[in-house]
Design a protein around this ligand. Sequence first.
Ligand code: SF4
Length: 340
Amino acid sequence: MPSPFVIPIFIAHQGCPHQCLFCNQRSITGVAEGMVGTREVEETIRTQLAWPRRHPDASVQVAFYGGSFTGLAMERQRELLGAAQPFLASGQVQELRLSTRPDYVTPEIAGFLRENGVRVVELGAQSLDDRVLVASGRGHTAAQVRTAVAFLKDAGIRVGLQLMLGLPGDSTATALASGRQAAELGPDMVRLYPCLVISGSPLAELYRQGQYQPLSLPRAVALAGRFWRIFAAQGILVVRMGLQPSAALEKTVLSGPYHSAFGELVLSRLFFNRVRAELSARSPLQPHRLCLAKADESIYRGRDNINVKRLVALGLLEGVETVFSASQPRQSVILTSGSG
Ligand code: SF4
């Protein structure tokens, strides 16, 4: 099944009275603060439904992103969800999804969302370590993440968890423990975001005062790779790594592990580790054939062919013929002795 066609609707900072240290919501979504009205919701859906689609048979989701949806007044929630109802009723849209905070989910809210066509809720969990949550100014606890996941699952809603890497007060050990606890909750999907220093956020001030040091890009890539493996081991999909690049975001990143293709860097690094492990285990006395999926060629090579250069530097490609096959399944690494 192709991935759903997602129609995003940004409700920047609406409904959120908090101020997490890392957040300047306007920079992250690239949308000025303001009230998204029902007419705009309807027009956005109508316009995007009219666009030609790569996979016309893919299901269509309308996604309310960028704020804490269930923190809005009930009347506003009804209005916004109501604007999408005619499209659900006509079958042009199959599901609604939204993002919110864990402490804004109760069994009643979960039931209300379900009745209104919401089938996926992404929770901004960020961490499952209470100390880190306090240091980041999140204003909710790890226990509230756990109960929110349970309430949503009980209502028949799929759950996504958004987690951040490199938060104030976090370390590699506490982050990995948090990642493992998040995986134990059995979310349907996960998004990983490295913590960036965004201008206008309280974190920017701490950074200026020398009280916060973001992860370097290589450390963030390595940590994201370890998270990816934790979730992959449980069959949990990591649907995104790194913030969606945008000109507005790039202008406001003061420091931190920002890269427009962060997820690709992580996948490429993971692939390199796998290939290196396979090649390291072979007998160097015999020629070998390394067979990879054609569709994996770019993540195998990495940016500027960096992975291949590293393998060459390690002497691991000596006597190895590399073949890319269109018929081989993605993510598979087949090493056989003998060439051609
Ligand atoms: S809860 Fe979300 S929207 Fe509100 S300040 Fe924190 S990150 Fe920003």
